[in-house]
Every structure is written in structure tokens, then in C-alpha cells.
Design a protein around this ligand. Sequence first.
Ligand SMILES: [Cu+2]
Length: 129
Amino acid sequence: MRKLLSVIILLLCTVAPIVGVLLYEKFRTKDLTAEILARAPEKGNFLPRLLTFPVGEPVTIRIRNVDTVTHGFAIPALKVDGGKILAGHSTIVEFTPTQVGKFDFYCTSWCSEYHMQMRGVIEIVEKSP
Ligand SMILES: [Cu+2]
């Protein structure tokens, strides 16, 4: 009986926190439309670099800086600016696209000698019927 109890307590102390963190993360990100990882171009660049959303529907993107230097995020043509994102931090941008087209997004913080290549494309398409 005591052995069973200690096994249960051991499980509660080891597995429960992990399950808790995973559940919390799932809850915290339930409203995200997409997630972009940010790394300097020579370390992987933005990932993904092409995202497609339907016009007229709210978009929530989390940009996670998984690098060791500061990055930034902006979609100038859509007037979206996530500002600077410190290493290891993330930011969330929200917008509702009103027109169909392709819009470049950029890193807005000088992060490496290849900084100018740190970019991608947001494609806004007609809603599928
Ligand atoms: Cu950058």
C-alpha cells in the first residue's frame, strides 16, 4: 500500500507538471492562426517563409525568436509592426486582411550580415467557397 502511494506521488511529481505545461501551452495558443520561427538567414531564416490566409478573416500570428540575437517583424503594406523581438522571446501580431495579394514581411532589426535576406511573403487569397 505504501509502495503504491509512493508510486502515485512520484508520478504526480514527474508526469503531472509536464502534462500541465503541455495543456497550458495548448490553451495559450488556441487562438493562434499561425506561428513563425525567427532566425538569422544563415541559421534558418523565418520559418515558414510563405503563409496563406483568406481575405477578411482575422489573423493572429506568433513570431518566436529562437535565435541568440534580436530580430523584428513587420508587414509594411498591411501596416503590421511587431517591433523588436529579443532573443528567446516572442510577440503576437493581429490583423484582418482586406485585400487579396502578396505582401512581404521583413525582419526589422539588424541581426546578421545577411539581415536583408530575412524576409518572407504573406499571401492573401479569396475565401474558398
Ligand atoms: Cu533578423
